[in-house]
Design a protein around this ligand. Structure first.
Ligand code: C2E
Ligand code: MG
Ligand code: MG
Length: 805
């Protein structure tokens, strides 16, 4: 068991508050006890003294007269007895009797150093006259009084000390139990309190009653817990805020736009990664610099200063600046960026900094410029396009009006360009156009404009003409420049152009009409035999008008059932037996009369009307073949002409298959006639379609062989069955020996390739003999029959299907 001082020491350090409380209680209660005890002891002391005094008074009153008498009587014995009587009284220890005149009697003794109290009184003889006989001095010893006092003090001190001690212990215990141990818990809780244990509330070792909750300790505990909760909430909020800030800063850092943040003095505080990527300036290296003066190049910075001054001014006034800026990278390279500059404001609306967002719009700018070019220029040739040409024409007309001069408008169309495109392919066509554009431009003065209107059409504007003749000179120059051959795909190609000319103000004062007139004149030039030019005349407008009319009539020909198929027999040369029939299209127009295909097929091709018309032809031809079988029992084949445009139409294959199945016609009875032109473009697409047709069992023939390029190589690579020698060769086959030799060569070559031969345009018997002799398989021509309408052809079939040879 530890010794008392150690325990005391432990108590003192372990519970200083209790110790202090104890000390104060002890101090105050001791002081209070001391004062109370002192007052009580003093009053007891006073009481004892007054008892002694009253005893002295009793001695005086009781003994004065009897002592006087004894003295008067000189009765010594009595005197002594009386004095002994007085001495026996408590506390009285000494008597001194002074007898007159000068004797004295002393009785008793005063202990040394004793504290005494004396009372003196006279002894008087009461006779006639009063006579003083002596005086008695009574002395009392106060020692007993003091002894009593000491004892009392001792007892009071002892009892008071014990009482104080026990009360203090009790108070300490109560204080300890109700207060200090909880304070210690709180202190320990506060000491251990950290962000890690925010979730543990402070609990005290006492019942959680309302009265407890309301006392000071309870309130402090609650305050503690509220503080903990607030802190916990603050922490959560802070973490959330930190996450948000982190997210935002990441977003800014990874933003696809460049972000620069400046302080209030427009000094860079932050620049993100994209900014570095875009400009080449390191984000950290430019901190503190002005966004308009990042470069080391002073000249550049000076250029920027103006811009940034106005940006600052506007941001301060209006609150935002945005615009497109041609900035430069660190390496001096220029680029376009779209900038948005806004102030960053605090809660009170004051600018604390500035935000500069930038986006690289170089690509967009390039596109814009490209679009602008595209809107006005032809991409292929780089010449102005139709829009810009019309603008220039209007300007030229306005100027001519002011200066009373003339303007020549030339419409150029390359001759047979479609043919080149179809045969040599589009790339060759493009190269041709580029070269043609160059040649045309080379014939013109600087003030003239040459434009590409589209396809193979060009427009030339000749301002400030002195007369129509000067336009003719230009036209001749252009025609001459087309003279030399063009080299396309390693081949030499000759191409010419037809030119139509209209003059302001003679032909019209309106740009649109002038163009129309030049177009009409161009058609006239083509009609004259290509590679020529023509000036507009009044009659021409009627021609071009007719063309337009024809186009609109043709559009309605199908639905008005103006189209009709004629059929021409194809016969076996050797036997004269009917082999097949070729379907030939006719257009019966109420106004124009019977229109032959050579007149309207090119227009139908140009306008695309050939697609629906061609589908109708195939359908009708298949139907006719099926009908013949039903009505005459003859199983003859049907040949149908297909134009290149029709052939390339994505719906073509489908239309053919549909026609076969609709009419229940065997595919091998259908033969598609294709002109050489189609094959020469050599496209894989054409080859695919031809192969698909062949796979389906449809027969394929090359029509008008000899008029095109007559390249024999393609005959090998495509799945053809038949070759049709053009009528121009057959015409003179018996008259011109070279034509005869050519036809002979074609026949033997075709046979060696496994192809059958049809000779077209056979008109005379001699021709049939020649063909028979040369082993030509089949023949077709007026000699056998003209093309006939279906009804007549059926009649012909019934009566006359074997042609005598
Ligand atoms: P083609 O395919 O070479 O047709 C033969 C042309 O020669 C037919 O002219 C026919 O009437 C004519 N002909 C027949 N025998 C003789 C003869 O003995 N002497 C002379 N001088 N000519 C004869 P048509 O009907 O005017 O057709 C002209 C061209 O129009 C056809 O030439 C063909 O390429 C095209 N064509 C005709 N019908 C169609 C069609 O339905 N579609 C397409 N795309 N083209 C067609
Ligand atoms: Mg034909
Ligand atoms: Mg033909």
């Amino acid at each position: 068991m530890p010794k008392l001082p150690t325990r005391f020491q432990r108590f003192r350090t372990g519970s200083p508050l209790s110790f202090r409380l104890l000390a104060w209680i002890l101090l105050f209660s001791s002081a209070f006890t001391l004062i109370a005890s002192a007052i009580q002891i003093y009053s007891d002391y006073r009481k004892d003294l007054s008892q002694i005094d009253s005893r002295m008074q009793v001695v005086e009153s009781g003994y004065a007269s009897s002592l006087a008498r004894s003295l008067w009587a000189l009765d010594q014995k009595l005197l002594q007895t009386q004095m002994e009587g007085i001495l026996s009284l408590p506390d009285i220890v000494h008597l001194r009797l002074g007898i007159e005149p000068d004797s004295e009697l002393v009785m008793g003794e005063i202990p040394r150093g004793a504290d005494t109290r004396s009372h003196k009184f006279d002894l008087i003889h009461q006779g006639d006259e009063k006579l003083k006989l002596g005086e008695l001095t009574v002395t009392a010893n106060l020692d007993r009084v003091y002894e009593d006092l000491k004892l009392k003090v001792g007892i009071i001190m002892a009892t008071q000390f014990l009482k104080t001690f026990f009360v203090s212990i009790l108070i300490i215990w109560i204080f300890q139990h109700f207060v200090t141990r909880h304070l210690t818990t709180m202190a320990n809780y506060a000491k251990d309190f950290s962000l890690a244990n925010l979730s543990t509330p402070l609990t005290l070792d006492r019942p959680d009653t309302p009265s407890h909750r309301n006392d000071e300790i309870g309130r402090v505990t609650e305050a503690f817990n509220q503080m903990r909760e607030r802190l916990s909430n603050d922490m959560i909020r802070q973490e959330r805020d930190a996450a948000e800030i982190h997210k935002f800063s990441k977003a800014i850092e990874q933003s696809p736009s460049s972000v620069v943040i400046c302080d209030r003095q427009w000094r860079v505080e932050f620049a993100n990664h994209k900014f570095t990527q875009l400009t080449g300036y390191d984000g950290k290296a430019i901190v503190g610099r002005n966004p308009g003066a990042l470069s080391d190049n002073d000249l550049e910075n000076r250029e920027n200063r103006h811009l940034w001054q106005s940006i600052r001014l506007q941001v301060q006034r209006v609150g935002v600046w945005q615009g497109e800026v041609n900035s430069s990278r660190r390496n001096g390279e220029r680029f376009w960026e779209q900038l948005i500059v806004t102030p960053i404001k605090d809660g009170a609306g004051n600018a604390t900094g500035y935000l500069i967002l930038g986006e690289d719009i170089s690509i967009r700018k390039r596109y814009e410029q490209q679009l602008l070019r595209q809107a006005n220029y032809d991409i292929l040739t780089g010449l102005p396009n139709r829009m810009l040409a019309l603008d220039r024409l209007k300007l030229a007309l306005a100027q001519a009006r002011r200066e009373s001069s003339m303007v020549g408008v030339m419409f150029l169309d390359l001759d047979n360009f479609k043919h080149i495109n179809d045969t040599l392919g589009h790339d060759a066509g493009d190269n041709l156009l580029i070269e043609a554009a160059r040649r045309i431009s080379s014939c013109l003065r600087g003030t003239s404009t040459v434009a590409r209107l589209g396809g193979d059409e060009f427009l030339v504007i000749l301002p400030g003409l002195t007369g129509p003749e000067s336009s003719s000179q230009v036209a001749e120059r252009i025609l001459n420049t087309f003279g030399p051959a063009y080299s396309l795909n390693g081949q030499e190609v000759f191409i010419s152009t037809s030119i139509g000319i209209a003059i302001y103000p003679t032909d019209s004062d309106n740009s649109g009409t002038l163009l129309q007139h030049a177009d009409a004149a161009m058609y006239q030039a083509k009609h004259q035999g290509k590679s020529s030019y023509a000036h507009f005349t009044r009659e021409m407008s009627e021609v071009s008008h007719e063309r337009l009319q024809m186009e609109s009539r043709m559009r309605r020909a199908l639905e008005l059932q103006e189209l009709e198929l004629y059929f021409q027999p194809i016969v076996d040369t050797a036997t004269g037996n009917l082999q097949a029939a070729e379907a030939l299209l006719r257009w019966n127009n109420p106004v124009m009369g019977m229109v032959l295909p050579d007149r309207f097929i090119p227009l139908a091709e140009e306008t695309g009307l050939i697609i629906p018309i061609g589908e109708w032809v195939i359908e009708q031809a298949c139907r006719a073949a099926t009908d013949w079988k039903e009505t005459t029992g003859l199983d003859i084949g049907i040949s149908v002409n297909v134009s290149p445009r029709q052939f390339r139409d994505p719906g073509f294959t489908n239309a053919v298959m549909q026609a076969l199945s609709n009419n229940n016609l065997a595919p091998e009875r259908l033969e598609l006639e294709i002109t050489e032109r189609l094959l020469l473009d050599n496209s894989s697409e054409t080859a695919e379609i031809l192969k698909a047709m062949d796979r389906a069992g449809i027969r394929l023939s090359v029509d008008d062989f000899g008029t095109g390029y007559s390249a024999l190589s393609y005959l090998k690579s495509y799945p053809f069955d038949t070759l049709k020698i053009d009528k121009t060769f057959i015409q003179d086959v018996t008259k011109a020996p070279e034509d005869g030799a050519l036809v002979r060569a074609i026949i033997s070559m075709a046979h060696s390739l496994g192809l059958t031969i049809i000779a077209e345009g056979v008109e005379t018997e001699q021709q049939t003999h020649f063909l028979k002799q040369e082993g030509c398989d089949f023949a077709q021509g007026y000699f056998y029959s003209h093309p006939l309408p279906e009804k007549e052809f059926t009649e012909w079939l019934k009566s006359n299907n074997r042609i005598p040879t």
